[in-house]
Design a protein around this ligand. Structure first.
Ligand code: 13P
Length: 256
């Protein structure tokens, strides 16, 4: 599968698992460890919103990039409690996770909200990481491919990808997140082809191959990461639980 660049994208989604102090301590350990690694990967860290300024400071002049776990779709205005893409850009954020299944489930994020978030994120020159994936019930109903294709179409139809824009699609089967058991790599590769076809129905093939990266998330760990990424496989991974501890996350990165 052709990819945006040859670097494997590894995004760490820390969700709401760490205190501020724990976040900064983890970043410091990771920076020390990553400096010794030679793998062909690009690392992005997605802490909670309040941790972004502190993490941004630590990442200054480092190769590790900053990501956010969510965003609002307006640049400013009367939207109490929300965070705008322009503020994320000011903080030095590059990647913005949009439409994570936990937000679709607990915050009732809809396809329309997700599409607006993608548009706003791109307009600010940031890279959205659109999460798609089926629930266990949808899978059991034989709807896996249809659900993913529908999520792609709903989130991206009408979106303009200008030159220089980048987009990441993360296939995260909802039922394996946090389960300790990833899907078989072949299954992720198959869905990546479904995703690619859905993308080609919206954008040109050239744009899809040069501006969009397809990655996998869901119980990625040190033992299975190499089976998902690399030549002829996927463009990267979105890691939750296995990125929360420096030693094991560095061991995972060492596989690349
Ligand atoms: P786990 O790696 O803990 O399964 O989480 C995946 C995920 O939801 C990343 O966004």
């Amino acid at each position: 599968m052709p990819n945006l660049n040859s670097k494997i994208l590894v995004l760490a989604n820390w969700k709401v698992n760490l205190s501020l102090a724990e976040t900064l301590a983890l970043v410091k350990k990771l920076l020390t460890g990553v400096a010794k690694l030679k793998g062909n990967f690009e690392l992005g860290l997605c802490p909670t919103f309040p941790a972004l300024p502190g993490v941004a400071k630590l990442l200054q002049k480092k190769k590790v990039l900053l990501g956010a776990q969510n965003v609002f779709w307006k640049p400013n205005g009367p939207y109490t409690g929300e965070i705008s893409p322009s503020v994320l850009r000011e903080l030095g954020v590059k990647y913005v996770i949009v439409g994570h299944s936990e937000r679709r489930q607990y915050l009732k994020e809809t396809d329309i909200m997700i599409r607006q978030k993608i548009a706003a994120t791109l307009a600010e020159g940031l890279t959205p990481v659109l999460c798609v994936g089926e629930t266990f019930a949808e899978r059991q109903a034989g709807q896996k491919d249809i659900v993913v294709a529908r999520q792609i179409s709903a989130a991206l139809t009408g979106i303009t990808l200008s030159p220089g824009h980048e987009l990441v699609i993360a296939y995260e089967p909802v039922w394996v997140i946090g389960s300790g058991r990833a899907v078989a790599p072949e299954e992720a590769f198959y869905i990546a082809r479904v995703i690619r076809q859905s993308l080609i129905d919206i954008f040109s093939t050239r744009m899809v191959d040069s501006q969009i990266k397809i990655i996998y998330g869901g119980s990625v760990n040190t033992s299975n990461i190499a089976s998902f990424v690399g030549r002829g496989k996927l463009g990267g991974v979105l890691v939750g639980g296995a990125s929360l501890e420096a030693k094991s996350f560095l061991a995972l990165l060492k596989q690349l």
